[in-house]
Design a protein around this ligand. Structure first.
Ligand code: GCU
Length: 340
């Protein structure tokens, strides 16, 4: 953690110099638009054609238009600005202005966020969106006070499933002893360990080569990540167990937020919400496309039986007590809403 903090501080120094020169140079203005007053960075760790990246570009475009060209947001995709944890650290110091991140990465900084990504919490996508778009979702968007971050909107990231390199995961027993890559999140470590596997926390961009080299046996992610990061090439067995649905957030650094005139705040929030609706539409389409692509590539897709899924669910139940004991009322409210 200390090493990361130092790195974040150094990166902040470098970026601060970079963005100052960028702004004082006035950014680039399009024909008919003024020279931007603010040229801001946006970090995205997914590839260019991924739904969240397209959402980011839409967001930047909307903000540019609606501020009359005064605010230019430059999106850097494919993790060019660093992996998610370091992006969040840099944002807390104002070194990166905007980002889209997974709640798993955020929850080691903001532990309350674990609540919204507990295993088997949502019955389906509709249930998750009902919660995120309701009063509970709003409360969590407002819960970043004191962390140096401001939440703008929710993005979809579907359900996560396990996938393995050498042998398919068909039963709970198959998980035993497997080395499974997880996000750098205590909760996700606990999820995998509850199934009898050993958790290997690792950044997203390292997963392909770890699977290829055999330093891990399996990983877990949604269909579009599995497909677009080409993990299916090195881990051809995809088990649809849907153990978690991990929402994603568009964030802005609080330092940047304070620098921006109030008149832009509502515009930016509105553009974030519009881009989120767009991302959600793209997401639904991409899930299907990704599934088709990996099936066509010859991957084996394993649907867990209902009984086996129940065994996975039961094995993970103790984690609720460990991670959410202070939030049991919200958990119950969410579970109750899923029954309707
Ligand atoms: C998803 C998510 C990424 C995250 C990744 C991971 O793909 O969209 O933001 O980094 O999971 O497993 O690390």
């Amino acid at each position: 953690m200390m090493r990361r903090m130092l790195l974040a501080v150094c990166m902040f120094g470098m970026l601060a110099i970079g963005s100052a020169s960028c702004s004082s140079a006035g950014g680039r203005n399009r024909e008919g638009y003024p020279v931007p007053e603010f040229v801001l960075t946006y970090a995205e760790n997914q590839p260019e054609d991924y739904p969240t990246t397209k959402g980011a570009y839409r967001f930047a475009e909307l903000v540019y238009e609606k501020t009359g060209g005064k605010v230019e947001i430059q999106v850097s995709a494919a993790g060019v600005l660093g992996e998610e944890q370091s992006t969040i650290e840099q944002m807390r110091f104002g070194g990166i202005d905007f980002a889209r991140v997974s709640l798993s990465s955020l929850s080691d900084f903001v532990p309350g966020m674990n609540v919204l990504q507990m295993p088997y919490l949502y019955t389906d996508t509709e249930h998750m969106w009902h919660i995120l778009e309701g009063e509970i979702g709003d409360r969590f968007l407002d819960s970043l006070d004191g962390f140096g971050l401001v939440a703008l909107s929710w993005y979809d990231a579907g359900a996560r499933n396990f996938y393995s390199a050498k042998k398919p995961i068909e039963t709970l027993e198959d998980m035993k002893g497997m080395r499974v890559r997880v996000q750098e999140s205590e909760l996700m470590k606990a999820v995998v360990e509850a199934l009898g596997a050993s958790a290997v926390p690792m950044a997203y961009d390292e997963v392909y080569s770890a699977l290829e080299k055999g330093s891990i046996d399996a990983a877990e992610n949604n269909w579009p990540s599995y497909e677009s990061m080409r993990h299916y090439e090195v881990a051809p067995y995809y088990t649809v167990d849907e153990h978690t649905r991990v929402p994603e957030m568009q964030l802005v650094s609080e330092a940047t937020w304070k620098k921006l005139p109030e008149e832009y705040h509502e515009i930016i929030r509105q553009c974030a919400r519009e881009s989120a609706a767009y991302e959600r539409k793209l997401w639904a389409e991409r899930i299907q496309e990704s599934e088709e692509r990996v099936r066509d590539a010859g991957c084996q897709v394993i649907e867990l039986s209902a009984e086996e899924k129940d065994r996975f669910r039961e094995a993970m139940l103790p984690i609720y007590g460990e991670y959410c004991s202070d939030y049991m009322d919200i958990i119950e409210e969410i579970l109750e809403a899923g029954k309707q």
